[in-house]
Design a protein around this ligand. Structure first.
Ligand SMILES: [Ca+2]
Ligand SMILES: [Ca+2]
Length: 287
C-alpha cells in the first residue's frame, strides 16, 4: 500500500508540474517588460501567461509626414519623418516645397527671393529654364550711367573703353586683321573724343557707325554671331546710357557686358556714385 500511496503522490506531483504554463509565465506587465523600447511595448496576457508585444512606434501617414517612422532607442521615443518629395509640384517658380513635420502640410519658400545688389535686381523667375533672373536696372544708377552685370553703375565712356579693349583682343586673337580692328577702334576713340567735348549726339553717331561696321563684319563672316552680338549689345548699352535714339541690339544686355567688364573692371574698386545706392545693396549672399 505504501507503494500505491507513493504512486498517487507521484501523480499529484507530476500533475502540478504539468500545469499551469500561466503559473510559470507572466502575471503582470512588469514581468514582460524587457527594458528595450524599440522592440515593442510588452504586456502580459494573463489568460495564457505569455508576454505579447505591440509596436512601440506604429507608423501612420499624416499628409506628407510618416508619424513614428523611426524609433529612437536612446531617448525611448518615436520620430516622425517628412517626405519633401511628396510636396514637390515640379513647378520651379511657385517656390520650393518642403514638408512641415509639425503640421504634415507642404509649405513653399520663394524660389527666387527678391533682392537688390548694387544696381542688380533679383526676384524674377524663368520657369522654362528653372532659373532665377538677375536684371541690371539702370534706374538704380545715377543719370547718364548704366548698370553692368557686376552690379556697378558705369559711364558710357567706361563701356566704350571696354569695347576698345575687346576689339584689340579680337585683333590679338587674329579674328580681326589690323585694318579691320583699326576701323572699329577709330570709331570708338572718336566716340570718346566727342563725349569729352560734350558732343553727345556726335558720340551717338560714332557708336552707331561702330555698330553698323560690326554688323557688316558679322554678315561677312569675319566675326562670329556671338562676337558680333557681344560688341553690338555692349555698344547699345553705351548708347542707352547716353540717351541716344534707340537702335538695334539693345536687348539682352545682361548677358553681354560681363565678359567685357570682367576684364576692364577687375582692378577697379566698386564705387557707387550715390551713397543712397550703397544703402540699398543687399549682401551677395542673399542671392
Ligand atoms: Ca520592449
Ligand atoms: Ca514648386
Amino acid at each position: 500500500m505504501r507503494f500505491r500511496e507513493c504512486l498517487v503522490l507521484l501523480a499529484v506531483c507530476a500533475g502540478s508540474w504539468a500545469v499551469p504554463q500561466a503559473a510559470l509565465g507572466c502575471t503582470t506587465d512588469a514581468d514582460c517588460n524587457d527594458g528595450v523600447f524599440c522592440n515593442g511595448t510588452e504586456s502580459c496576457d494573463i489568460s495564457t501567461g505569455n508576454c505579447v508585444a505591440v509596436s512601440a512606434c506604429p507608423p501612420a501617414v499624416d499628409g506628407c509626414v510618416i508619424r513614428n517612422a523611426v524609433c529612437d532607442e536612446e531617448n525611448d521615443t518615436c520620430l516622425d519623418q517628412g517626405d519633401d518629395s511628396l510636396c514637390n509640384d515640379g513647378v520651379f517658380c511657385n517656390g520650393t516645397e518642403s514638408c512641415d513635420i509639425s503640421t504634415g502640410n507642404c509649405v513653399a519658400v520663394s524660389a527666387c527671393p527678391p533682392f537688390i545688389d548694387g544696381c542688380l535686381v533679383g526676384g524674377a523667375c524663368d520657369e522654362a529654364t528653372d532659373q532665377c533672373l538677375v536684371t541690371p536696372d539702370d534706374s538704380l544708377c545715377p543719370a547718364g550711367q548704366v548698370c553692368a552685370p557686376d552690379g556697378n553703375c558705369v559711364t558710357p565712356e567706361r563701356i566704350v573703353e571696354g569695347l576698345i579693349v575687346a576689339v584689340k583682343q579680337l585683333q590679338t586673337d587674329g579674328v580681326l586683321n589690323g585694318g579691320q580692328g583699326n576701323s572699329l577702334v577709330v570709331k570708338l576713340e572718336g566716340t570718346l573724343a566727342k563725349l569729352s567735348r560734350a558732343s553727345v549726339g556726335a558720340g551717338c553717331n560714332q557708336l552707331g557707325a561702330f555698330i553698323k561696321q560690326v554688323m557688316d563684319f558679322g554678315q561677312e563672316g569675319i566675326l562670329t554671331e556671338a562676337q558680333a552680338m557681344f560688341l553690338i549689345e555692349t555698344a547699345s548699352n553705351a548708347r542707352s546710357a547716353l540717351g541716344c535714339v534707340d537702335q538695334t541690339g539693345t536687348s539682352s544686355r545682361a548677358q553681354v557686358v560681363p565678359r567685357l567688364f570682367g576684364a576692364v573692371c577687375e582692378s577697379t574698386a566698386r564705387t557707387p556714385a550715390d551713397p543712397g545706392l550703397m544703402a540699398q545693396r543687399a549682401p551677395r549672399g542673399t542671392t
